[in-house]
Design a binder for this molecule. Structure first.
Ligand SMILES: Nc1ncnc2c1ncn2[C@@H]1O[C@H](COP(=O)(O)OP(=O)(O)OP(=O)(O)O)[C@@H](O)[C@H]1O
Ligand SMILES: [Mg+2]
Length: 271
């Protein structure tokens, strides 16, 4: 990674930091207290999973980390820099984050390589360099040979991989993923989990993954943040001790199942 990141590491500045974050949505019809008293520090190259019941504020938390939602109170920092100065967003910092939503949001009239390279085009990278990077990424996410295909010609998993490659195109230090595999069948999802693990290792990105799947969280994460029902607060943080790379049969181990059981218990207690 870049010299800037190494310097930041030497000073031990956390990659992402939320301090006393509150989020209250005010609409004409209702006031919703979505998040309260969120304190969370995410270290460089850490893999964090966020779980919690539907509506507890997971997406809101991710959107706050991405600078897409401004907290009502509290601070958000990336590499020690505040994301917000009053109402003004630090776009330079936010542009270093990659985000993948549940819906891959590809442009149907763009090929896979053009979809992947779009953020580079918007950043003024020349055509040749864009293509080279798109091809490199197709290889990384397992889309080699599909560079010229259109989204309608891809499976659901391949569309999600295109979206992940697009988010990686400008080498983000942080990858934010909101239920990226929610719409996939169980087997494809397992394969995507393995791929995400190797992508995280290869890119050394810090990853924050929102998921409904406890198994997915335990399989992938270094730490799991469990949010309480709305207003979401950090109910627990669980460290997952298994070494990497993790193989799928890890899920059959008693130690794995113990962690899953404990998290499920906490979720049930809140229900
Ligand atoms: N833009 C918005 N305007 C008003 N209310 C919002 C907005 N975004 C989210 N909310 C409310 O904030 C709460 C948290 O929503 P959020 O989408 O963060 O939940 P979630 O944990 O991601 O749920 P799910 O698991 O179903 O995706 C909900 O009550 C939702 O209605
Ligand atoms: Mg959500």
């Amino acid at each position: 990674m870049s010299a800037v990141r190494e310097t930041a590491g030497a000073r031990a500045v956390p990659e992402l930091e939320l301090v006393g974050v509150e989020k209250i949505f005010e609409t004409k019809r209702a006031t919703t207290h979505a998040l309260t008293a969120i304190d969370l520090t995410i270290e460089r190259e850490e893999f964090i999973a966020i779980i919690g019941q539907s509506g507890c504020g997971k997406t809101t938390l991710l959107r706050i980390l991405a600078g897409l939602v401004k907290p009502s109170e509290g601070a958000v920092r990336a590499e020690g820099r505040s994301l917000w100065d009053g109402a003004v967003l630090d776009t330079e910092t936010v542009n270093k984050l990659g985000i993948v939503f549940q819906d891959p949001n590809l442009f149907p009239w763009y090929s896979v390589e053009d979809n992947i390279a779009l953020p580079l085009k918007l950043r003024g990278v020349d055509r040749k360099a864009r293509r080279a990077r798109a091809h490199e990424l197709c290889e990384l996410v397992g889309l080699k040979g599909f560079e010229r295909a259109y989204p309608r010609e891809l499976s659901g998993g391949m569309r999600q991989r295109t979206a992940i490659a697009r988010a990686l195109s400008y080498r983000p230090a942080v990858l934010l993923l909101d239920e990226p595999f929610g719409a996939l069948d169980a087997m494809t999802r397992e394969r995507m989990n393995l791929e995400l693990q190797s992508i995280a290792a290869a890119t050394r990105a810090t990853v924050v993954l929102v998921t409904h799947s406890i198994n997915e969280a335990v399989f992938l994460a270094d730490r799991i943040v469990l949010l309480s029902p709305r207003p979401g607060r950090v109910r627990s943080i669980t460290r997952v001790p298994f070494p990497r790379p993790r193989e799928l049969d890890l899920e059959t181990q008693p130690e794995f199942q113990d962690i899953v059981r404990e998290l499920r218990h906490q979720l049930d207690e809140d229900a």
